[in-house]
Design a protein around this ligand. Structure first.
Ligand code: NAI
Ligand code: MG
Length: 499
């Protein structure tokens, strides 16, 4: 069944699009000022489509995080931000969303340049979702309140929902702007101040967003952004005594380090980590829709999605028919210059991710899985990997267990409901799961019994700013988005008054 991919001629990343993008901000943004790293050090951020350096960026470390934490602390303890009329806080957030909307084309281009994702995704998916999340939480700013509680005796008892304080936020490179918005939205609505450390692979759009926030009038010190590396700048956020909370998205191993590093200061922690999400296709499903869902659910964003449906279970009786549909879609996927309008898949974010993915492709072959699509590097420049499908995968194989975080799909067969729920849960992750069936009983039973924070029925990757998202088990704790995401940035205070 192995087929060769129909590839578009990979054009050179078009110079008119990439080279024309102005890089305006490469320093640390602290207390409303653009500052080089205290050490004077810088690091390169790379265009993954060409492997060429885009710019040198300030390499913040503990000294810069200290300045940022102090600025955020001042802005929280004695600044206007947490005390200002919540409607005005909301209004500033709406203005930031409007500014981003006005710059949507240049922000999308900057995202594509730094991350490699196709321009049609950054322009039509990422940045619109950024705007939506900021507006959603802007509307919450003046609707955060506690309750009055009838208690025994002659007392008046009520709760207040107060901002948690200075929020440290550490984000990955797969959705740089969107992760910034997921973190800033609830923190700002709640009245927190922010010390953010963007991923070292993709710092540029977050820095641009900081400048836009300054221009619309966010007070100094409310938002601080310090680019740099995890073990230095990231660890300094986690250990800093003036920071109250850490919200982290990334690898579970990093979350374990953060948990240990945060012990001395007992930070509030929320983690959104990886997954090996089961996507289950029953014989009674609409197989065309399921094939489309399986395709998109894995290959979206070059497979670099925490919720990627990377364990695809197909009921044996339709396996052959389904695989035909799926490989047809996959073999048509268009790779190439992420700035070309018709490109569907760009490069992986960096050499490390590329190497990791290629090593899992080797492992899949060694373990005896059957590579029925892709399986090679694409082109000879940039970190491109062909969309790859392994069939005849079994539960124990590394490619069925480990998060690959690339365009590599593992297909497993199953027979019947009892078996599949147990097998779907046979992973230490628990981020997302999906089921394709026309039978509502199967769908609801699966939704109830699968150990995952999000379940999609006859759909995949449906996200909304209002719908909470997060993981069971090693996929994290706490939820982002929705009202639950907002609560993660508040403390509850109980006040009791003798009458
Ligand atoms: P990572 O977890 O190391 O990096 C994510 C962020 O954490 C970056 O900003 C990084 O600088 C920071 N960081 C790293 N070490 C830190 C430390 N000791 N203290 C504080 N901050 C620290 O993930 P990485 O290395 O970029 O990717 C490795 C794998 O992690 C990927 O192949 C993928 O499997 C998974 N991953 C999952 C993501 C998700 O959305 N759940 C996002 C990115 C990666
Ligand atoms: Mg790492």
């Amino acid at each position: 069944m192995a087929t060769s991919l129909q590839k578009s001629e990979k054009s050179e990343a078009s110079p008119t699009s990439a080279a024309d993008i102005p890089i305006q901000h490469t320093d640390c943004f602290i207390d409303g000022q653009w500052l080089p790293a205290a050490s004077g050090k810088t690091f390169a951020t790379i265009n993954p489509a060409t492997e060429q350096e885009i710019a040198q960026v300030a390499e913040g470390d503990a000294a810069d995080i200290d300045l940022a934490a102090k600025a955020a602390r001042r802005a929280f303890d004695s600044g206007d931000w947490p005390k200002m009329d919540a409607r005005d806080r909301g209004r500033l957030m709406y203005q930031l969303a409007d500014r981003i909307e006005a710059e949507i084309d240049s922000l999308a281009a900057l995202e594509t340049l730094d991350n490699g994702k196709p321009i049609r995704e950054s322009r039509n998916v990422d940045v619109p979702l950024v705007i939506d999340v900021l507006r959603y939480y802007a509307g919450y700013a003046d609707k955060i309140h506690g309750s009055t509680i009838p208690i025994r005796g002659n007392y008046f008892c009520y709760t207040r929902r107060e901002p948690v304080g200075v929020a440290g936020q550490i984000i990955p490179w797969n959705f740089p702007m969107l992760m910034t918005a997921w973190k800033w939205g609830p923190a700002l609505a709640a009245g927190c101040t922010i010390v953010m450390k963007p991923a070292e692979q993709t710092p540029l759009t977050c820095l641009r967003m900081a400048q836009l926030a300054k221009e619309v009038g966010f007070p100094d010190g409310v938002i601080n952004v310090v680019p740099g590396f995890g073990p230095t700048a990231g660890a300094a956020v986690v250990k800093h005594p003036l920071i109250d909370k850490v919200a982290f998205t990334g690898e579970h191993r990093t979350a374990q380090v953060i948990t240990r590093d945060s012990a001395d200061t007992l930070k509030r922690l929320t983690f959104e980590l990886g997954g090996k999400s089961p996507n289950v296709v029953y014989a009674d499903a609409d197989l065309d829709a399921a094939a489309q869902g399986a395709y998109m659910g894995l290959y979206l964003n070059q497979g670099q999605c925490c919720c990627a449906g990377s364990r695809l279970f197909v009921e044996s009786s339709v396996h052959e028919e389904f695989m035909e549909k799926l490989t047809k879609l996959t073999n048509r996927r268009k790779l190439g210059d992420p700035f070309a309008d018709d490109t569907e898949q760009g490069p992986q974010v960096d050499q490390n991710q590329f190497d990791k993915i290629m090593s899992y492709i080797d492992k899949g072959r060694q373990e005896g899985a059957e590579c029925v699509s892709g399986g090679q590097r694409f082109g000879d420049r940039g970190y491109f990997v062909e969309p790859t499908i392994f069939d005849s995968v079994t539960d124990e194989m590394a490619i069925a267990q480990d998060e690959i975080f690339g365009p590599v799909l593992s297909v497993l067969k199953f027979d019947g409901s009892d078996e599949i729920i147990e097998r779907a849960n046979r992973t230490f992750y628990g981020l997302a799961a999906a089921i394709w069936t026309q039978d509502v009983r199967k769908a609801h039973e699966f939704a109830a019994r699968v150990r995952a924070g999000t379940v999609w029925v006859n759909c995949y990757d449906v996200f909304d700013a209002a719908a909470p998202f997060g993981g069971f088990k090693m996929s994290g704790y706490g939820r982002e988005l929705g009202e639950e995401g907002l609560k993660a940035y508040t403390e509850s205070k109980t006040v009791t008054v003798a009458l």
